[in-house]
Design a binder for this molecule. Structure first.
Ligand code: FAD
Length: 264
């Protein structure tokens, strides 16, 4: 059972950061993952009074506050027009509406969960994270780091993507995914992010499949085969490694053909 001694509604990020330096402290997002843990928390630090639950659009990026809920991502017209619905598709299978009304993007990205749909999509979109102490670093780098005591303030999504898509396979609706696959094109290149391998999502970049390039179905098949042979997959209660390797080939091929406007 999770036990909390003190609840602190932070009045500033400075205060939250100071308090969070103690090993016994925890930042709380939606608390949906935390409540499943069996830890004793001295200070539970709530960021909900700091105005970090908004999605701002600037001329060159989206700035998503850490307390933004997954439901807000799902329903945001601008983000979904920009990603051709890929953001909506990445989160809409996560448990249920009530759950997504509470789960935050900050808690989802900070956790760097192996099964994460959220990490998968934002990596493909070449997002960065804004941290209180460490500043702005690419999400791809952050995903490889071990959790520390910094505060994740925002996710920054550059408006460089011109087309994107999201696919996942689940054994039953609302279950954790067996494999996730997000793909995004800029005019110059293509970024693929594959997660739930079952390890953390990994990124593969390929200049040949940029939106300005021309590529055949044969090129796509060869690339998808290559990806499936080169990413590391593992087995758990949901699937064997060999099945995930097979899915990686299928989802990569489908993603690219969707972006190309071809058949599945
Ligand atoms: C039953 C269940 C099923 C799920 N299924 C899926 C799924 O299919 N796909 C998927 O992608 N996800 C899934 N998730 C994960 C979920 O979507 C959230 O990512 C998760 O609950 C964490 O978000 P939260 O807001 O609840 O964070 P919390 O539980 O509040 O926090 C999680 C961790 O992040 C830290 N933290 C939170 N915010 C910050 C911050 N701003 N800065 C620094 N640290 C912070 C906390 O201290 C804690 O260590 C599932 C979770 C559960 C419980």
């Amino acid at each position: 059972m999770l036990t909390i001694q003190n609840y602190v509604r932070a009045e500033s990020l400075e205060q939250a950061y100071e308090l969070n330096q103690k090993k016994s402290a925890r930042i709380i997002g939606g608390m949906l993952w935390l409540k499943m843990t069996h830890i004793r928390v001295q200070n539970a630090i709530d960021l909900s009074g700091l105005g970090l639950d908004t999605i701002e659009e600037t001329p060159d990026m989206y700035r998503i506050g850490c307390m933004t809920t997954l439901r807000s991502l799902e329903l945001h017209p601008g983000l979904n027009a920009f990603t051709h619905g890929a953001i909506r598709e990445s989160v809409c299978h996560i448990v249920g509406v009530q759950f997504r009304n509470l789960a935050t993007v900050g808690g989802s990205i900070y956790g760097r969960y192996g099964f994460s749909d959220v990490l998968t999509i934002f990596q493909a979109l070449n997002a960065s994270v804004e941290l209180f102490a460490a500043g702005i670093i690419p999400l791809e780098e952050y995903a490889k780091m071990a959790p520390d005591r910094d505060i994740l303030i925002r996710i920054l999504v550059p408006k460089t993507t011109v087309n994107s898509t999201y696919l996942s396979v689940r054994k039953t609706k609302t279950d954790f995914p067996v494999l996730t696959c997000a793909a995004a094109q800029t005019p110059k290149d293509f970024t693929l992010s594959i997660g739930a391998r079952p390890g953390r999502a990994v990124v593969i970049r390929e200049p040949h499949f940029g939106s300005a390039g021309t590529f055949s179905e044969e090129d796509v098949r060869a690339f998808a085969n290559d990806v499936s042979q080169n990413i590391t997959t593992g087995s758990n209660m949901r699937a064997q490694a060999a099945y995930r390797t097979h899915l990686a080939e299928v989802l990569t091929r489908r993603s690219l053909l969707t972006l190309k406007g071809g058949s599945l």
